[in-house]
Ligand binder design. Sequence first.
Ligand SMILES: Nc1ncnc2c1ncn2[C@@H]1O[C@H](COP(=O)(O)OP(=O)(O)OP(=O)(O)O)[C@@H](O)[C@H]1O
Length: 365
Amino acid sequence: MKIEVRGLTKTFGSATAVGGVSFVVNEGELLGLLGPSGSGKTTVLRLIAGLEVPTAGDIFIDGKRVNDLTVQERNIGFVFQHYALFKHLTVFDNIAFGLKIKKWNRRDIDQRITELLALMSLEGLGGRYPHQLSGGQRQRVAIARALAPRPSVLLMDEPFGAVDAKVRQELREWLIRLHTDLNVTSLFVTHDQEEAMEVSGRIIVFSKGKLEQAGSPADVYEEPATEFVARFIGSMNIVAGVVRHGQVQVGSLEFPAPGFSDGQTLQVGFRPYYVKVAEDPARYRQQAKLRHIYFLGVAYRLEIETPDGLILRSRMNKEEFRRCHFTVGQAVSFAVTHFRILPQEGAGPAIEAKPGSPIAGPLTP
Ligand SMILES: Nc1ncnc2c1ncn2[C@@H]1O[C@H](COP(=O)(O)OP(=O)(O)OP(=O)(O)O)[C@@H](O)[C@H]1O
């Protein structure tokens, strides 16, 4: 079922945890709510679940305003960061908990739990207690418990926050498969941008109780709408310069900025893979010194310094890197092949340079 929030606001005393937020989670969608610690993500989830009362704004589930409904009446499944399983109850009884409250009969409970244990790859573990499970298994039990009463929507707050990196990766892949099988409208909170990008069909980026951007993982990565999103998602070179004759000038770098007036200071962002670096000083127009080479496993990151003291990051795939014979300290040439002019805080959207626009000197063949 679709979730819609309009102008959702929550203040605690004089502090605004969530400030006038509107968004939609479409039917069957798996949407990631991403933001740094304290940005208001948990509060949004708790408001939708009915665990907090909004200061202002409305919440709709399947088109029906639910502000005045109790937690139980909203029929929402909720998964918390820490397993929050009942320690004294078996896996079976943990999953059955909500069903017993809803007075399901024994046969239906048994049937539902057998179904869920299979779905969660937990067969044979119904009789165990939480302390006899791995972290990943415990979290799957928590999700099974939330799904047991067939909720109309599933809310998950940092569902994989308490497990190690390897299990976390397995759980992400497992959640994607589960969601593909069940198609329950799901909203999950994370502060981990990689997790949000990998798991979500769409991402909402949050900062200081406000929605910064909503879009597909590719949208928010490739076309950050604000400086905050540009800095928060992935790695981005961000430089600032003053507009002169329609170009933002940053030392010897020039970025076309049509429509901006002379004297205006603008920030320009470009991903490391749009910084092309060559050993041949004549290959590109810009000159720099290679400061560091970092091996990233799947690629290399080069850190270069321009004669003006600007430090930029470049990313190069392994094959390309192996064809070159870089040594730290050597002179290199470089070009920036794609960039975005980032909006100032509170200003309009980012302006994108056309792919391949040669803004730091033309790419010589
Ligand atoms: N019950 C409360 N009373 C007072 N302030 C609160 C309460 N709950 C949350 N806050 C404040 O509201 C802001 C948003 O908190 P929230 O937990 O929603 O953020 P978050 O993005 O989920 O952070 P995290 O990732 O650390 O859980 C924070 O500044 C927090 O201190």
